[in-house]
Design a protein around this ligand. Sequence first.
Ligand code: SAM
Ligand code: SF4
Ligand code: SF4
Length: 334
Amino acid sequence: MIKDQLNRPLHDLRVSVIDVCNFRCKYCMPPKKNGDYKFLPKKERLAVDEFMRLIRIFSTLGVRKIRLTGGEPLLWKPLAELVNEIRGVDSIKDIAITTNGYFLAEHAEALYKAGLNRITVSLDHLNETAAKEITNKDFTVKHALDGIAAAEAAGFKNIKVNCVVQKDVNEDNILELVEHFRGSGHIMRFIEFMDVGNTNDWEKSTVLTGTEIRQMIHQKFPMHAADQNAYGEVAKRYVFDDGQGEVGIITSISQPFCHSCNRGRIASDGKFFTCLFAHKGHDLKAQLRSGKTDDEIYNSLLDIWTKRSDKYSEDRLVQKEHKEQKIEMSQIGG
Ligand code: SAM
Ligand code: SF4
Ligand code: SF4
């Protein structure tokens, strides 16, 4: 097992398969005043065989878990094909996707059959009008809930539902979301609004902390802390005292977890990032397309990971300034 400078292994790989998204969430890809985002031309994105070559090499470095994300991964046509190919790699034990859920109903069964293990659906509000204020897209709630129902019918269990909490935007809907998913077998997770990218006007004052979220939920639905399921798990787990399931709270701002961060990330253009807040990626596409052998790519990844010392969120806590432009969340996938 390889370890970085802070003794962290490389266990999870998040693969952003496409930079395009059909939503314009205000915390991720806020609508631009003039024009729209520029997306990669198709030939600049990795193809299934290129992703697979990298995934096989990463698996020999210790990766056991793959999360496919985006942009919006369900906009990428060969998604089920990629899942099916990853399924064939013995050492990969877990394949998950994170999706906004808009197209999930039509793809859930094919993804289940291809061998996908787990799904996370993003849903920030249960009211359509309020949700549209956040996503800039109509009927996102209906699509996400239909998608979750279809995923359940296809055979997926313990579906996770991600809500990014912003003060004065959707904090008033936290209890409704909890109530909606309590007892369903699905796991509601609340994420502190993060300062990812350069465009979402993040301010510390807009973050509702994990402690505030936990106290709010606990007052109505008493719950107690539970152990992590695995090393490096990002969410703190709280189990309802009455046995109606659990919620997760992700405290990247108030209580960062860089000390156990075992995640690497590949963007759809083949750049490898060792931190969500990195300002520079390592160009693996250039290596793939310039005839490098698997051994050469392996050695370059080994070199990158063993030199890694990222701990952006812990540095933020002690207010070290980072002035560089950061990668956008929509390119790297969360
Ligand atoms: N489009 C898919 C989706 O929304 O689920 C996958 C990509 S999205 C970038 C992955 C996750 O990042 C989502 O759950 C989203 O809510 C979260 N996210 C995006 N911007 C964020 C921010 N500024 N703070 C916290 N979470 C964020
Ligand atoms: Fe798209 Fe997901 Fe970003 Fe929203 S959070 S804009 S759905 S990539
Ligand atoms: Fe990992 Fe970087 Fe997030 Fe810290 S800030 S948990 S190192 S991705």
